[in-house]
Design a protein. Sequence first.
Length: 271
Amino acid sequence: MRRSPLPFRVLALFFALTAAPTASSEDQRQRYATLSDPQTMGADNAVEVIQVFWYGCPSCGQLEDQLKPLIDETHGQASFRRMPAVAPRWEPHARAYYAAESLGALEPFHQALARAMQDEHRPIMTETDLINFAREIGINADAFRAAYHSPEVEHQVQQAIALTERFEIASVPALIINGRYRTDLQLAGTQEAMIEVSRALIEDATAPQSRRGRRGQRQSSPVMPHDPRPWTHDRPPPSGAQTRVSAGLRLTTSGSSTASLSDNWRETDAT
């Protein structure tokens, strides 16, 4: 049997990390996981929120749009940044992300590539594809190629590989709060719930010590509202769901024509 790539060997651990029901109700679930190797990422006492994404994931683009109000609301309390998840077929996208950043062209490149892959369904998967795409949107192809293979970009990609494993990423989009907690669609169920969870964790991390002490258990394990998910990571997708394979991952969407992809996409290691 083919072994899963290293960053996705954590899939089995993902299920073990599911939060237990809260003391207040057997029906409640925490919609986040506490990482087994936490590491505070932010500086100057700010909470850092990392948006982990892949360009071929429509939910990642949708979540990025929905994060904007939270970014505005928590200005000064939290900092936000993106990180491309790295799996074998995703590594070219991570290299391209950091290459564009090093050239000062990240935002136009990021938005254009997300639109091309997520909305236009263009198969931009290889180094050649990405260099041609950079040229298409007005970036010098020779400069982009040089940046793509630069030591600086290599270092950033290796960091992203290590963090993909440290953050126990088994699906995207995912949000990492302060290097300690992870929430994603499999845990939270919806993008709205992911943002709600993130907001609660940011508030908990930035609350005065006296307030955290009065909250008792919430200091280390914030209580999330009742989980309204129609299905969860430990149950199979609903009947009628359709599965297709893209870029080495199985993508499962609701069979309903009216269901939101943002509510029902999940990505797991394909066999």
